[in-house]
Write a new protein. Structure first.
Length: 275
């Protein structure tokens, strides 16, 4: 029977929704720029009431998302994005447990994996609540949620890096994509760190337009971070059958994968879990 669903679709859908949400907000500002309420022929300065200064011309993501027309789209986009992204972490954990993805080899990797999930949930709650508590009416709460969102996903990415790096070292012969995944997470952390430092610098200098541009960059980088999980799920395409799944890890000769190495060698291992 033809199967429609595949796990790689979860991060793909999440990335598409987030990318679409950002484009909808940016498109609303470009196509329908706010005008002065006293003279509709001239643009409003600043464009949105939540913006700090009349010299501030480039809105933050949250400035557009705080308008009554765009807030519903912003909230829905944030909720769907985080719901699907959280599903990525849960699905990956389940697939590793079943042997559809390379199994964890020790308790440290399992603990790190669960810490990654918890951190992602914290980041998800931050993104959802920053969209609900808009920057115009709830500035303090909103800014707190922004910090929770960024720190939650940055910490989650760090734990993901640790897990995939440890797995990549041990499954080096059979699963090279684990190292690629690990370093992808590390690149995301580095980019977010660099952009975060740049944002703090322009914030202190009160260069609001530069700060807004950096925030948009961070938002789009997050989109590609979500999409990186697509590649983590691709190995599961070839392990749908039970006899093609990952077995237990053996330190003396790395890992044995049913169907990928000699079958006789796999059977010699005690405790191989085919399903």
């Amino acid at each position: 029977m033809w199967q429609v669903f595949s796990y790689w679709m979860i991060p793909t859908a999440s990335a598409i929704i987030w990318f679409t949400t950002l484009n909808a907000l940016l498109g609303a500002f470009i196509v329908f720029p706010p005008h002065d309420h006293l003279n509709s022929t001239i643009p409003a300065r600043p464009p949105y009431p939540s913006m700090s200064s009349q010299f501030h011309s480039v809105p933050y993501v949250s400035d557009i998302g705080a308008t009554k027309e765009m807030q519903p789209i912003f909230v829905i986009g944030c909720v769907l994005t985080t719901f699907l992204l959280a599903g990525c972490f849960v699905a990956e954990r389940a697939l590793r447990h079943k042997g559809r993805l390379a199994r964890n080899t020790d308790n440290t990797e399992r603990v790190v994996a669960y810490l990654s999930i918890v951190s992602a949930v914290v980041g998800s709650m931050g993104l959802i609540f920053l969209s609900i508590f808009d920057v115009y009416r709830y500035r303090t709460i909103h800014n707190t949620m922004v910090g929770l969102f960024i720190s939650g996903y940055a910490i989650s990415a760090f734990f993901q890096f640790l897990e995939h790096y440890r797995l990549g070292c041990k499954y080096r012969d059979t699963h090279a994509n684990l190292m690629v995944s690990a370093y992808t997470k590390l690149v995301f952390i580095a980019l977010e760190g660099i952009l975060g430092i740049a944002y703090w610098y322009v914030f202190i200098a009160k260069n609001w337009d530069a700060g807004a541009a950096i925030e948009w960059a961070v938002s789009y980088v997050f989109c590609f971070y979500i999409l990186s999980y697509l590649f983590d799920f691709l190995p599961a395409l070839s392990t749908k059958e039970k006899d093609c799944r990952f077995g237990v890890y053996a330190e003396e000769c790395m890992v044995q994968v049913n169907g990928r190495r000699k079958q006789a060698v796999v059977k010699d291992f005690r405790g191989v879990a085919p399903g």
